[in-house]
Design a protein around this ligand. Structure first.
Ligand code: NAI
Ligand code: MG
Length: 507
């Protein structure tokens, strides 16, 4: 890592705007029924800058009582409040205003997010802020386009009688949203935007590692004209705030993004209550490089497939399968790419990859690398923490892996790639599908027939061709198998936030 020595590894907070620094210094409050409140117990917990391990803020530590108050507010706002009763164009105007306000404060949000999550300003600006502005605008457009269908029923057992039927799409109700730390504001807005568009109300619990931008977003809701109680934000831990939200009878639907383990727990609690849920869970996405692929596209494309967002990405291409004819071209290229990634503090302009989100995640990822090496994998590059107080892990490539190894089967959620050669297409399809996950997969080839043959055979919610990780707000995203239930984004997000009501009228 000799070329990283000149780069600062700890954030210099003095380089960010006075607005962002002022926010970090401020006393933070949750948002319940339009009011900025401390937790009922008065307890707080620290927010850590992962480049340094320093505390940068303290936020309220919510508890059951705070969740109860937030759900009561969301319930009242849904059952009797103006939001679900507002004309669609009224909701559209307010959501558009919210997007404008986020755009106005974009730099401050990106700075806060970079300090809190350790990701570069370019990354937080693009994926937390700009994409959120776009998603709010995209969902604002949906408000006026939510509609049902009409039918002319025959009802053969009532000859002579005439009927007319139609369907309505009604808001599902109070949504409990629980989000992770990998793209904190982005994940929060993926939950908020469809709630607002469909006339639902919500309680949002951001991840305990990264609660700051969600709390900052609270300021914009009132300014945009979102009525009190429509969006409530409770900071706190999963076992307390998250669990109370999932169990709460006042919550109609849970929208969760996070680990498969917690997703399964949520499903087990929500199912007996017949609560709706959508779960966007883990992944172990395969990238399959066929013999005719273009190395110039493939090397940077697959490298960014895993190393983008430091590998802290549910659809990260964490398994690379390369046809034996190209193995000795692609793998050294990817290894070289990994070695040249500049690690450094999030706020340093030359940094390409910051630390992982926390010491805990760093230990988890290093533990996986160690288990791979102990199981006989070969360290082709990386594999270590970088000597610093931050949560850095070198971009890592492991070769000589077997399919039964933990590093091949389990989600690592860090910059760790496993590489395997293949000779036979049927065999690689079988290997690509041989984990419990099914979030993403990518095929790298110039052969259009192979593309069409392989897409149906890969068990994944999304298959990319000659690219990986490309998401668009209009295009549904989610997983099969242990990667989740339901889809986010696009029209699917509207469908998952509405219930279908059928009406039949005798004429
Ligand atoms: P997690 O699933 O525990 O946390 C995600 C969210 O769920 C957080 O807001 C957390 O507070 C909440 N939560 C935790 N326990 C809960 C409970 N009992 N009831 C309700 N909510 C609860 O994930 P964690 O521990 O942060 O990360 C562990 C691993 O999970 C990662 O290494 C990664 O493999 C995976 N993960 C996957 C994500 C994805 O985007 N699919 C996002 C985050 C983590
Ligand atoms: Mg957890």
């Amino acid at each position: 890592m000799s070329d990283t020595k000149a780069v600062a590894m700890e954030n210099d907070i003095s380089v960010i705007s006075e607005a962002a620094r002022g926010f970090l210094r401020a006393e933070h409050r949750m948002l319940i029924n339009g009011a900025r409140v401390a937790s009922v117990t008065g307890k707080t917990f620290p927010v850590i800058d992962p480049t340094s391990g320093h505390e940068v803020a303290r936020v309220p530590s919510g508890d059951g009582d705070d969740v109860n108050a937030a759900v009561a507010a969301a319930r009242e706002a849904f059952d009797g409040g103006p939001w679900p009763r507002l004309k669609p164009s009224g909701r559209e105007r307010i959501i558009l205003k919210l997007a404008d306000l986020l755009e106005r404060d974009a730099e401050e949000f990106a700075e806060i997010e970079s300090v809190n999550s350790g990701r570069t300003l370019a990354n937080t600006r693009a994926f937390d802020v700009d994409l959120s502005v776009d998603y709010l605008r995209y969902m604002a457009g949906w408000t006026t386009k939510i509609h049902g269908e009409t039918f002319s029923p025959s009802v053969p057992y009532l000859p002579g009688a005439d009927f007319f039927s139609f369907t309505l799409r009604e808001p599902v109700g109070v949504v409990g949203a629980i989000t992770p730390w990998n793209v904190p504001l982005g994940q929060a807005i993926w939950k908020v935007a469809p709630v607002l568009a469909t006339g639902c109300t919500m309680v949002l619990k951001p991840a305990e590692q990264t609660p700051l931008t969600a709390l900052r977003f609270s300021d914009l809701l009132d300014e945009a004209g979102v009525p009190p109680g429509v969006v409530n934000i409770v900071s706190g831990f999963g076992e307390t705030v998250g669990a109370t939200l999932v169990e709460h009878p006042g919550v109609d639907k849970i929208a969760f993004t996070g680990s498969t383990e917690i997703g399964q727990l949520i499903a087990s609690i929500a199912a007996p209550a017949l609560k709706r849920y959508t779960l966007e869970l883990g992944g172990k996405s395969a990238m399959v490089v066929l013999a005719d692929a273009d190395p110039e596209t493939c090397i940077p494309g697959t490298a960014m497939g895993i190393f983008g967002n430091h590998g802290q990405n549910c659809c990260a291409g964490s398994r690379l399968y390369v046809h034996r004819d190209l193995f000795d071209t692609i793998v050294p290229g990817v290894v070289d790419f990994a070695r040249n990634i500049k690690l450094g503090a999030a706020l340093e302009p030359t940094t390409e990859m910051g630390p992982l989100v926390s010491r805990g995640q760093q230990e988890r990822v290093l533990g996986y690398i160690e288990s791979g090496v102990n199981d006989g994998a070969e360290l082709l590059t990386g594999g270590h923490a970088v000597q610093s107080t931050g949560a850095y892990v070198e971009p890592t490539v492991l070769g000589n892996v077997r399919r039964d190894m933990k590093v091949v089967q389990e989600e690592i959620f860090g910059p760790v790639l496993v590489v395997t050669p293949f000779d036979d297409l049927d065999d690689v399809v079988e290997q690509a599908n041989a984990t419990k996950y099914g979030l993403g997969a990518s095929i790298w080839t110039r052969d259009v027939q192979q593309v069409h043959r392989l897409i149906p055979r890969l068990k994944a919610g999304t298959v990319w061709v000659n690219t990986h990780n490309v998401l668009d707000l209009a295009v549904p995203f989610g997983g099969v198998k242990h990667s989740g239930v339901g889809r986010e984004l696009g029209a699917e997000a509207i469908r998952h936030h509405t219930e279908l009501k059928t009406a039949t009228i005798a004429l």
